[in-house]
Design a protein around this ligand. Structure first.
Ligand SMILES: Cc1cc2nc3c(=O)[nH]c(=O)nc-3n(C[C@H](O)[C@H](O)[C@H](O)COP(=O)(O)OP(=O)(O)OC[C@H]3O[C@@H](n4cnc5c(N)ncnc54)[C@H](O)[C@@H]3O)c2cc1C
Ligand SMILES: *[C@@H]1O[C@H](CO)[C@@H](O)[C@H](O)[C@H]1NC(C)=O
Ligand SMILES: *[C@@H]1O[C@H](CO)[C@@H](O)[C@H](O)[C@H]1NC(C)=O
Ligand SMILES: *[C@@H]1O[C@H](CO)[C@@H](O)[C@H](O)[C@H]1NC(C)=O
Ligand SMILES: *[C@@H]1O[C@H](CO)[C@@H](O)[C@H](O)[C@H]1NC(C)=O
Length: 617
């Protein structure tokens, strides 16, 4: 495997490989300066507290997309003492280099989960297991993510409200989307109805675009769809991403919400500490603290007012179940006494896509790692000015939101997303492993295009009907949970993907794309070789083989009105039947919005913070 200069630096730092064992080319002067800047970087986030108090007003579990926001907002009240507990370590400057996003999944900043095998999806992945990375670091999954910022459709939130979730309609949540936003793209910021400047979360666009991404958006126009601000009045159409970036580098929620408040005395942060249980008085059913493990030792800490669970859609349900809150039969199976019988872990939703749909082009225009990261000039340009192709988040650049039932309606409700990546599975030596694709499949189909320019389109199900479930493997909190993604348990989801491929093939045939020599890679996957290429049956087979998560796991502690037996938390995000305990993260989502989930989670956390303040005054 060919490692580039920048990858070597990153890997050594992240995996702590002793430098003497690795040979790498001499670094450029500016790259060294860039690294030196980074030495101070973790000092920008709140320090790990040495002497914890015995009791806090609030304990927040998990410093991810949601946890960082809640920690910021609750410590705005000077008399409240807040403890934020995170299983991972500090964020590093190197994690903010956009083009290297994929690499972070190989580091300790990833929980590295794998789903349980099934017979419907992920069949061409190693051990038939879908690969489920999750952030384990200050900033959580907002540190591993591809920085795409989307809010979803107004109908998503109106549906939530219609289910009885008072306060969650689009008109209710729009102010919270705006509250955290610092929109740095001038053209977009002009629309004051939908955008804001001056919030904590920087949103910008990478200062570089590949010509193929331009062709993707141009091709969309040829097909009759507009370029759109998908976070504005309407959502459907083509667009370059709005990203959680600041000056060409990643702006995680840690950087956005915690760096600026690191000197607040009423915020204590405990890193490298894994919460194993919520302490609940069984008689009064009141949460009063948590138990956590740090370096093999167990600690208990108390909360006067509330415990806020923000451990994400995989770990929040795990912690609840370990604490006796969950489906009674499942807890009993695991010898855990049931305190509250609730459908925790059900309703798991995600956006999944067909992976490896590859188009080749004739011009040197794609994000090819070997060309970029061994080019000292490009590294220099990034290190000095934060500009150039290194600012493109893992090669992702643009998208289309399409309502297949009404594709030319500007105000459609998308059930399909086409995600554009300016490179192929072979553009970057580690991509195959990121997705967990089996080597024999890679060798048979994708190896032949190594060193060639091309792009991928990921057709993605936006409003999936399939559901999965998170369960305990056993009662050991250090065991990973069982994750059944449930992909394609509803057959309609597969048909959306097939139609998505058809749109992608049409796009490749537009003038804008033909100019670059765009053509579909026509090699069949071995498992689908008996089917005629480029037919619905072929793409169904392909989608079941290379099924990729787009990392939007959500829904496992569903929000619903008191009477809804399928819900775990009420519309104020309080766990039903338990006092002083809330869940605030992607798990509360009742129906996954037509959006990448980072921005919706930040919105949820902003709104929850206000509710917590209201309920505690
Ligand atoms: C690889 C990847 C790419 C993605 N790309 C995008 C994208 O481009 N755009 C987008 O919008 N979304 C993207 N997402 C999804 C998005 O980032 C997540 O939906 C969002 O970050 C979830 O926020 P959360 O607060 O629910 O959970 P997280 O951000 O995952 O935070 C949970 C935190 O809790 C901590 N934790 C867990 N268990 C414990 C415990 N027992 N004790 C203490 N701490 C614990 C975790 O370490 C983590 O820091 C991506 C996600 C991934 C993984
Ligand atoms: C680190 O920060 C301190 C104080 O802010 C500053 O004086 C010093 O120059 C910085 N070091 C580097 C290497 O940037
Ligand atoms: C998948 O199908 C095979 C053959 O029908 C069966 O033996 C196996 O148990 C199934 N696996 C799962 C996880 O359902
Ligand atoms: C962006 O980063 C570069 C490199 O550190 C710096 O020179 C420049 O001033 C920054 N720009 C802004 C707007 O912060
Ligand atoms: C590609 O476009 C041309 C016209 O621009 C059309 O004649 C041809 O049928 C198209 N091919 C496909 C596969 O859609």
């Amino acid at each position: 495997m060919m490692w580039s200069i920048l990858q070597c630096i990153l890997l050594m730092a992240l995996l702590m490989v002793p430098q003497s064992e690795t040979q790498y080319p001499a670094l450029t002067e500016s790259a060294i300066r860039f690294l030196m800047e980074g030495i101070n970087y973790s000092a920008q986030e709140p320090k790990d507290v040495r002497n914890m108090l015995k009791e806090y007003d609030f304990i927040i579990v998990g410093a991810g997309s949601a946890g960082c926001v809640v920690a910021n907002r609750l410590t705005e009240v000077p008399e409240w003492k807040v403890l934020l507990i995170e299983a991972g370590d500090s964020e590093s400057y190197l994690m903010d280099i956009p083009v290297l996003a994929n690499m972070l999944q190989f580091s300790q900043a990833n929980w590295k989960y794998k789903a349980v095998p099934n017979n419907r999806s992920c069949l061409g992945l190693e051990n038939k297991q879908c690969n489920i990375p999750r952030g384990k670091v200050m900033g959580g999954s907002s540190v591993l993510n591809y920085m795409i910022m989307t809010r979803g459709n107004r109908r998503d939130y109106d549906n939530w409200a219609q289910l009885g979730n008072i306060g969650w309609s689009y008109d209710d949540v729009l102010p919270y989307f705006k509250k955290s936003e610092n929109m740095l793209v001038e053209k977009l910021a002009k629309d004051k109805v939908y955008h804001n400047t001056g919030g904590y979360q920087a949103i910008s666009q990478p200062p570089f675009r590949t010509p193929i991404a331009e062709a993707f958006v141009q091709g969309g126009k040829e097909l009759g769809l507009d370029e759109v601000d998908y976070n504005g009045a309407t959502q459907t159409g083509f667009a370059f991403f709005q990203t959680s970036q600041k000056n060409g580098t990643r702006c995680s929620t840690n950087r956005a919400f915690l760096h600026p408040i690191r000197s607040r005395k009423n915020l204590h942060v405990k890193k490298l500490s894994q919460v194993v249980k919520i302490l609940i008085d069984p008689n009064t059913k009141t949460a009063y603290g948590v138990e956590f493990v740090r370096r093999g030792r167990k600690y208990a800490v108390r909360a006067r007012r509330e415990v806020i669970l923000s451990a994400g859609a995989i770990n929040s349900p795990q912690i609840l179940m370990l604490s006796g809150i969950g489906p009674k039969d499942h807890l009993t199976e695991n010898s855990i006494p049931t305190l509250q019988d609730l459908p925790v872990g059900y309703n798991l939703q995600d956006h999944n896509a067909l992976g490896g749909l590859t188009f080749l082009v004739d011009q040197p225009v794609s994000v090819l790692q070997e060309r970029i990261l061994n080019n000292a000039n490009l590294i220099d340009e990034f290190a000095r000015y934060h500009k150039g192709i290194i600012t493109v988040p893992g090669g992702c650049e643009a998208l289309a939101f399409i309502d297949l039932d009404d594709p030319y309606n500007r105000d459609g409700y998308p059930n399909l997303e086409l995600l554009f990546i300016g490179g192929t599975l072979s553009s970057e030596p580690t991509l195959r492993k990121n997705f967990g694709i089996r080597k024999d499949i890679y060798d048979a189909v994708y190896k032949q295009v190594e060193h060639q320019d091309g792009y991928m389109i990921f057709p993605m199900v936006m409003r999936p009907k399939s559901r999965g479930r998170v369960m305990l493997r056993n009662r050991d909190p250090m065991s990973s949970p069982l994750i059944d993604m449930g992909y394609f348990t509803h057959p309609e989801d597969l048909e959306i993907i097939v139609k998505g491929v058809e749109w992608a093939v049409l796009l490749s045939n537009t003038t804008a794309n033909k100019k670059l020599g765009s053509r579909l890679l026509e090699t069949k996957l071995p498992a689908c070789s008996s089917l005629k290429f480029n037919t619905p049956a072929y793409w169904r087979c392909h989608a079941k083989q290379i099924t990729l998560t787009i990392y939007h796991q959500s829904g496992t502690c569903k929000m619903g009105p008191q009477a809804d037996p399928t819900s775990v938390v009420n519309p104020r995000l309080q766990v039903k039947g338990i006092k002083r305990l809330r869940v605030v993260d992607a798990s509360i989502i009742p129906f996954i919005p037509a959006a990448h989930t980072n921005q919706p989670v930040i919105m949820i956390a902003e709104k929850a913070s206000d509710m917590i303040k209201e309920d505690n005054y």
